[in-house]
Ligand binder design. Structure first.
Ligand code: HEC
Length: 198
């Protein structure tokens, strides 16, 4: 009988240790997600403010080159904090923004969720991935939907001059024909976490 009680206690202690480990992992994951979410929001806000300003002063054709340069500049600014942030999509304008396998599956998940009526503003996904060197990579994605200010360059009826400029700069462009509220793509964040810091 005593043996059974001891065995039972050992199993219980085992469960508790696993549960503590799991909740520590979940807390670390949530902390990374909070940082990545904030970075995505700043990226979105900065880009939108500058785009709207550029359209106002230079018109949509002039703003195309601004968009080309601003997005990588904001991305570079954040990369200095050990965080890499970019944008990706299923229908691409710049092939350099192509999704990898995980990003593609997340984007497809966002499309499926939106088809069921989920608000894109609520769509995000994040996870830790183990690296070969024993460290981890945190990855985060947040859905980007099409707003009014996007339609001049991603909508159905582009001004001919905008159409021409896009065709010239992005001969393989697939990123037009969107309607208000469609999924345009996602912010995508990666952060490497060294084995020693965990
Ligand atoms: C002035 C034209 C213009 C406007 C307005 C515009 N975009 Fe873009 N968009 C571009 C260009 C040009 C690129 C390619 C940038 C690059 O080379 O990385 C792009 C790329 C993107 C990408 C990256 C994926 C890809 O296809 O390469 C996303 C996501 C995106 N735009 C979303 C938006 C959203 C959301 C809005 C509205 C808030 C918006 N854009 C407004 C011109 C525009």
């Amino acid at each position: 009988m005593r043996m059974v009680i001891i065995m039972g206690l050992l199993v219980l202690i085992g469960f508790v240790i696993v549960a503590i480990g799991y909740s520590a992992e979940q807390a670390a994951l949530r902390a990374e997600a909070t940082e990545a979410r904030a970075a995505s929001q700043i990226f979105a806000k900065t880009l939108k403010t500058q785009l709207v300003a550029a359209i106002k002063t230079d018109g949509p054709v002039g703003a195309i080159s601004v968009c080309q340069q601003i997005a990588p500049a904001i991305s570079a600014q954040y990369s200095t904090h050990g965080l890499h942030i970019g944008r990706t999509a299923l229908k691409l304008r710049n092939p350099a923004n192509a999704p990898d396998a995980w990003e593609r599956s997340v984007l497809e998940g966002f499309v499926a969720a939106m088809a069921k009526g989920v608000d894109p503003a609520a769509l995000e996904r994040y996870a830790f991935f183990s690296n070969k060197n024993g460290g981890k990579t945190f990855r985060y994605m947040k859905a980007i939907s099409v707003g009014q200010s996007c339609l001049a360059c991603h909508g159905r009826n582009l001004a001919p001059a905008v159409q021409d400029s896009i065709r010239q700069n992005y001969p393989e462009d697939q990123a037009t024909g969107f309607a208000l509220g469609d999924l345009r793509g996602a912010f995508t964040v990666q952060k490497k976490i060294a084995a020693s810091s965990r």
